[in-house]
Design a protein around this ligand. Sequence first.
Ligand SMILES: *[C@@H]1O[C@H](CO)[C@@H](O)[C@H](O)[C@H]1NC(C)=O
Ligand SMILES: CC(=O)N[C@H]1CO[C@H](CO)[C@@H](O)[C@@H]1O
Length: 614
Amino acid sequence: MTKFILVSGGVISGIGKGVIASSTGLLLKTIGLKVTAIKIDPYMNIDAGTMRPTEHGEVYVLNDGGEVDLDLGNYERYLNVTLSRDNNITTGKIYREVIEKERKGEYLGKTVQIVPHVTNEIQEWIERVAKIPVDDTGDEPDVCIVELGGTVGDIESAPFVEAMRQFQFRAGHDNFALIHVSLVPDMHGEQKTKPTQTTIHSLRGLGLLPDLIACRLMGPNPLLPATKEKISMFCHVAPEQVFGVHDVSSVYHVPLLLQSQGIVNYLRKRLNLDALKISREMTQKGDSLHRRWKDLTTGQERLFDTVSIALVGKYTDLKDSYMSVTKSLEHSAFRVHRKLILHWVESSDLEPETQESNPAKYHDAWRAVVGAGGILVPGGFGVRGTEGMMLAIKYAREQKVPFLGICLGFQLAVIEWARNVLGVPDATSSEFVTDTPSPVIMFMPEISKTHMGGTMRLGLRPTVFEPGTETWSRTRKLYAGAGKIWERHRHRYEVNPDFVERLQQSGLAFAGKDEKGERMQVLELPDHPFFVGLQAHPEFCTRPLNPSPPFLGLIAAASGAAVFEEQLAVQLKTFTPPHPEGSMVAEAVLRQGIPVPVTASKEKILLNGEVNGH
Ligand SMILES: *[C@@H]1O[C@H](CO)[C@@H](O)[C@H](O)[C@H]1NC(C)=O
Ligand SMILES: CC(=O)N[C@H]1CO[C@H](CO)[C@@H](O)[C@@H]1O
């Protein structure tokens, strides 16, 4: 029987419930358990692909092409697992499922209601998805963390709260625990417990009993013993069931902070975890994870050297839309033992128009680019700002500054090359200029009998390195020399095959292509210290202990040639693909002719007129 840990929140949302939930999962992994996670988002959207990034942060892509909330990224990174689109539950998905069943007559003409039909659907979904293997053991997970988004008491979350109330009996007492995350505000040095008392009171009123109360303190001060006592008394729980989560210097410290307060031991007893048979191998894996995590976090405090990266993008004032990119840089910086200094550069500030309209802004932006050890142009949206990005790319190329281009950044590197080296001054993308005579980047839908009408390439796809690249391709070396790599994709525009030969002859090397050799997926300049572009989004597969290779390449190259060589050697010995064989879906899907579901995002034009995704 799977053990379920529900993580709910009270008072306000956005106080780090996801981090507490994934840290708890990580701790359970350190004792050798296999852990999976489900995120419940009580909103009506069916998938995150159609949501505007300014409103919602990043659209995170899964192996199966599912476009989800950035929280699933958190779980994949912390727990080193591969999740599927079903690991995200939204109200919209549940309702759709119920309505489809009703249409098929599965409810035998009965009145379909929130209770029991919607609540049953929620419980069945959770039970079903909790059993899906998520790591290289291929086994059913031992523990499933279920994070309920929003706060208990919201209208939106009511059906889920009721479903979980029923679920605690369905799973049984030994198999279900509840962690409730609450805010403990600090008023002039006094830690206030009233909001926590109120939220626990309403939680109990809804039939859910907290096993652990996580008190979130928005500041550097830990939970005081007196506060703990008070919460224990007024919320009818033992003091050992109350723990504090204050602000720590990095989120990677949170698992150890929880551990120091006895969370693992509590859950061990409460969920009777010792009854699960943990193999010696898994125990050892857990120990090693614990040791490596501790090293990772303690090392961070004593970093003197820095590495600076200019992130030239859009929405740079909405940093959440680059969550996975920043995580990838962070993980890579851990590896090279340097403190990451990230300069957010709004790409349009680099354009000549800004020089006229706002010279100070223009100079600040260029100062950040010129001062950085490496330049990153991530994926993005729409035409605005692309000229500025290309100016940064040109600078990186000519001045031999390490550069990484992702998705749109890759496409712009090709356009920049075509304009300034190949000598096609009007080169552009047919996404920016529809009837251009020089579409170096063009709309190229995936022609596949099995992909029903989809125009977006989504999900995990292979890239095959060209013969001969093993001797010179830095990208390939970063992947430990593998001939074939897998990364997640999300794009609909690609390098125009008609230009490939000319681009290559002029010195731009396409080191990696798709399996048929038709789509250009990795570009490199062999005579540049590090100039790499990827059509894929490798940032979705980074891990704290196993950073995404292209990002590691950028960070290492920005730290100097010696560090770069050193990391190539480390990669050769230690790099493992973050996904188990079985989860590499694209080929299997094509072979079996299973239609890949087309999500609603395919043809959606966003409200602000920009096409979502390249
Ligand atoms: C992460 O998962 C992958 C694939 O499941 C595995 O090969 C790798 O060893 C895991 N890494 C760690 C640090 O556990
Ligand atoms: C079982 C099920 O309905 N899964 C859905 C999960 O969400 C995606 C959209 O992101 C749907 O396409 C799946 O069908």
